[in-house]
Design a protein. Structure first.
Lengths: 326, 329
């Protein structure tokens, strides 16, 4: 178990270093950092001096080492565009993205599992068929289209829900939250659905097919033959056995949600990291792009680690080392 | 009715398919007395498992019971609602399936699975149920039951798992256990052990057993009576001793010639030529006639019903003559 944890953490560090290298390359070689930082009338000597103080003449390995060291302390340099530390920009925007992703993920998980279990148990029921059709929409329509359709229906025609921004935001220390005000909460609804719909349908289809699979197994037949109640069989025995794949997919999809929030944030003008990144791309603000890349990778890696540990919690076959047979 | 524990009358199980209705179990009647071991034997596809599933109310749709009557201790159980039948399963009719490796839920400890079954059927606390579970595990011969009750299925060998499955089937003290090929998936070296255990436990608990198997040898050692099934019907039924000593149906004879221990006197082992017909082309007349060495004209036209012999019954036109002979004697 301990060996496994250490191995996984080492692997994660390697992945992060690779991403850092990519981000570093982007920063260092796509465009010239000095040119981006100075005004047009700076002399050649001044530029050379700046180059020297920034350490851009050091060997590449040293530069990369410095980049990693700074990045690990949260220092990604100064935004070309806004002339402020990148980390500050990100810290301002992160709560918006994380809250939105959290709500979308929760929506996808809860609704997806519920619909999946239902349609797994009532394979031919009317609702199951309805869910299947709805899920087709979720899978085949691109998020920006879904977002625009939702805005059109609920904001423009019905006027029930706001179509842009976070609503009223309260400050809790460094964290700005939309959870504490009514307008903040209702502002979350449309973007959260837009962002989570694909994941919800994915989870629903997965849970459904896993449930169908598990219901055919011998241990479910035997559980019935033992006279256990339907509830015990369906939820105690069947659902739990679908959890391992569901955890995997949910974990990975949560990462996707954060990564894909770029589109949803743009459609809903949500002041999050994705929006920030898109602006950075438009203005070739390389430090911001690099930092965003590293952060998203970090989130993926951490989620993957958590998923692996959850396997251990759910499945005793993994929990026990070797699983000695006697 | 009689004092039979289980009484099945004219059971018919149908399978709707795109091409029409197929009959998977065709007019099976059987009874099991309290404490009796009834062997059910036949090649793959004979309808043995479906008969068992119909009795426990666990036929998988679209299979359904089209006709017949199943009574347990004189009360009909074939027309009960799912929830009423659920209370009978495990409590009055236990079941053991073929593959102990897959019969247990891998995510729960064996103790948890036992306790959950006991508390579902009996009004006892978890603590009491746990003590009963430990006693049961000891009874089925699991070494160090106290220590192993918290272990998970994957930590046991196949034989040990099947012992746990037997404990699970017995834990609410059912009157009848339906054991569907309980040893087929096990290593040959432990098959006899498990069968002996099952037989001993059922004798001690006065539990009747319907033992489904391919293996005439197991039947010979274990059962009191035997029913031989072919193509969804019972073709011969009677006390094991009589059927083995004096099999009437050519199919029974064929089955016995394929068992080493019994066929020794015959000097050679034979396989019955051909295969069990599929459900969609069960032959007219006697379903066995394409494979029967004694088939004659009438066999192709008319289907024989069970004909009472001295101690047993067999569904074969040859028995008409013999039966008459026997009665004349
Ligand atoms: N769920 C099902 N759907 C369709 N056909 C089925 C189903 N279960 C069984 N059958 C068919 O019904 C017939 C009898 O099956 P059954 O399982 O009772 O045979 P069996 O005697 O138990 O054979 P085996 O020794 O292989 O277990 C077979 O032809 C089988 O293909
Ligand atoms: S009825 Fe005819 S075909 Fe059928 S078993 Fe008897 S002799 Fe053979
Ligand atoms: Mg079978």
């Amino acid at each position: 178990m301990l060996a496994f944890i250490i191995r996984r953490i080492l692997q994660s560090i390697v992945v992060m270093l690779m991403v850092a290298l990519l981000s570093f390359t982007l920063f260092r070689y796509v465009g010239d950092p000095v040119v981006s930082m100075v005004g047009r009338d700076t002399t050649f000597e001044e530029r050379a001096a700046l180059r020297e103080t920034l350490g851009l003449n050091d060997p590449i390995v040293v530069q990369f080492g410095r980049f990693v060291k700074n990045a690990s302390m949260g220092d990604f340099g100064i935004s070309y565009e806004q002339r402020r530390p990148v980390i500050d920009l990100i810290a301002e925007r992160a709560p918006a993205t994380l809250e939105l992703s959290f709500v979308s993920g929760l929506f996808a998980l809860v609704v997806g599992v519920f619909m999946g279990v239902y349609s797994g148990l009532h394979k031919d029921g009317f609702l199951s068929k309805l869910f299947q059709s709805v899920s087709l929409v979720g899978i085949s329509l691109p998020p920006f289209l879904i977002g625009i359709l939702l805005i059109y229906l609920f904001a423009v025609i019905l006027g029930w829900l706001p179509s842009m921004g976070r609503g009223e935001v309260r400050q809790l220390g460094f964290w700005s939250t939309g959870f504490l005000s009514f307008s903040g909460l209702i502002s979350l609804i449309l973007p959260a659905i837009t962002l989570g719909l694909f994941q919800m349908t994915l989870i629903m289809r997965l849970v459904r097919s896993e449930m169908l699979e598990v219901m055919r197994t011998d241990y479910i037949k035997f559980a019935r033959a033992r006279g256990l109640t339907n509830r015990a069989v369906n939820f105690g025995h069947a659902l739990k056995n679908t959890l391992v794949p569901v955890i995997t997919v949910t974990g990975l999809q949560l990462g996707q949600i954060i990564a894909y929030s770029i589109i949803t944030e743009t459609v809903f003008q949500w002041p999050g990291m994705g929006y920030l990144f898109l602006q950075a791309v438009q203005r070739v603000d390389l430090p911001v792009m690099g930092a965003y890349l590293v952060l998203v990778a970090l989130i993926f890696v951490v989620i993957n680690l958590i998923v692996d540990f959850l396997y251990y919690v759910v499945d005793p076959r993994l929990r026990m080392e070797g699983g000695a047979v006697s | 009715m009689s004092e039979q524990l289980l009484d099945v009358q004219d059971l018919r199980v149908m399978l709707p398919t795109r091409k029409g209705l197929l009959t998977a179990v065709d007019g099976v009647s059987m009874s099991i007395a309290a404490g009796e071991v009834l062997g059910v034997v036949g090649e793959s596809g004979a309808g043995k498992s479906l008969t068992g599933a119909a009795i426990t109310g666990l036929l998988e749709p679209p299979l359904y019971i089209a006709n017949g009557k199943i009574e347990l201790e004189g009360k009909r159980i074939d027309n009960l609602s799912y929830s009423k039948m659920r209370r009978i399963r495990g409590k009055q009719i236990g079941a053991i399936f073929q593959d102990p490796l897959t019969s247990l839920n891998p995510l729960y400890s064996v103790g948890r699975q036992l306790v959950e079954t006991i508390t579902t059927h009996l009004p006892v606390s978890d603590a009491v149920a746990k003590r009963q579970a430990i006693d049961l595990l000891k009874e089925v011969g699991l070494p160090a039951a106290e220590a192993r009750i918290g272990h998970f299925p994957h930590q046991f060998s196949g034989g040990m798992r099947q012992r746990v499955v037997i404990a699970l089937a017995l834990c609410a003290n059912p009157r009848l256990i339906i054991a569907d090929e309980p040893t087929t998936a096990l290593d040959v070296s432990i098959q006899a052990q498990i069968i002996r255990l099952l037989k001993r436990l059922c004798r001690e608990h006065k539990t009747a057993v319907m033992l489904i198997t391919h293996d005439m040898g197991v039947i010979a050692e274990t059962a009191d009576r035997v029913a031989v099934m072919y193509a969804g019907r019972i073709v011969e039924v009677g006390p094991v001793k009589d059927v083995i000593k004096n099999p009437h149906h050519p199919y029974t004879v064929g089955l016995m010639n394929s068992i080493p221990s019994i066929a020794r006197e015959v000097e050679w082992l034979t396989q019955i030529d051909g295969a069990m017909p599929r459900l969609n082309d069960i032959p007219d007349g006697c379903a066995f006639h394409p494979r029967c060495p004694h088939a004659f004209e009438r066999c192709r036209r008319e289907r024989p019903n069970l004909i009472p012999m001295r101690n047993s019954q067999a569904a074969c036109w040859l028995c008409k003559k013999e039966g008459a002979d026997e009665q004349r004697q």
